[in-house]
Design a protein around this ligand. Sequence first.
Ligand code: ADE
Ligand code: ZN
Length: 364
Amino acid sequence: MPSGASNGGRSAARGGGAGGAVAGPPGPLWIAALPKAEVHLHLEGCVPPSIVGPAGTGRVGVDPAGADPDAPPAFGDLADFLEYLDRSCALVTHGDQVERIAYAICERARDSGVGHADVIFNPEHWPAWQRDLGGFVARLDAGLAAGGQDHGVTTGLCLSLTRTQPPSASTELVDWLLHARPPRVVALSVDGNEAAAGRTGGRFRPLFERARQAGLHTCAHAGESSGPDGVRDAVELLGAERIDHGIRAVEDPALVADLAARGIPLDVCPTSNVRLGVVPSMAAHPIERLRAAGVPVSVNTDDPLLFGTSVAAEYGTCAATFGWGETTLTRIARTSIESSFADPDRRRDLLQALDDYAGAAGPR
Ligand code: ADE
Ligand code: ZN
């Protein structure tokens, strides 16, 4: 739990008044102490921007002496953003850096009340490690284990393929994963630019099938740079348990109804969608329409250090934008835990913690 929020942040969050129903939107301390999971978080988005520096970000005209070296860069669109990831992750060449990045994920999770995080990593972004993926995952595991121990956070890794990579490269990664089977890796995923790749569900389908047969979970980016067809393909062809983003499903009412009826969760990243121009503004974000239509949605950061956000900040932004109160935020947190790839005991414990917290919060 976040420091200073051990009472659930209730009195401080709402300016006093112990117990009973309290009017007004949930405060930041209440939000930060709400037990939750983060299920859409990229390792690549956890590399501090200072590793690249102002010149590398293209932030011309900025005085490096006066600028915050870790200020989030500005991005044009997803393609621009993905190129940036290639540049920044290429600078991570030492195991100590990898461990530090992993450890810090657990620190930030604790600060946002995140008890479990599923962390996506895409080997294609990390050239220094492509011939030593086992070493890379071992360093990630060490950092996540130490951070988890110190901050009470559990984590799983999702190995991600790239939509635009040659089929032989995707196959090689799945071969490696199923042969090495590092215990920290719990899922196969696919990310990258669907607008550039076109429809690739059929191509990735056999790889997802192999991963499922081997007992791995599956999730897929879709409905960010692709429209509703991408979401359908992720569900029907890849058998994804969870859709990363998925927000453009909103363009197809039949698909929305289907996702709701089948209870297929979307792990939504509101600030990311605004920053990458997927939606024009937070007010126009479809998460509220999807939620109101009965689609299970969770709220996540995608790439927190690059979009200057945190899980707690995302909950706060949604609460302020859509008028979400405690009941809705608690529902979102429940979906985040239920849709996580935490092991069943951990999920049960986190759901219990959430019930205890919500129950102690008084009438809503
Ligand atoms: N990799 C990191 N963030 C991503 C995003 N939002 N979409 C696709 N691939 C990504
Ligand atoms: Zn993502």
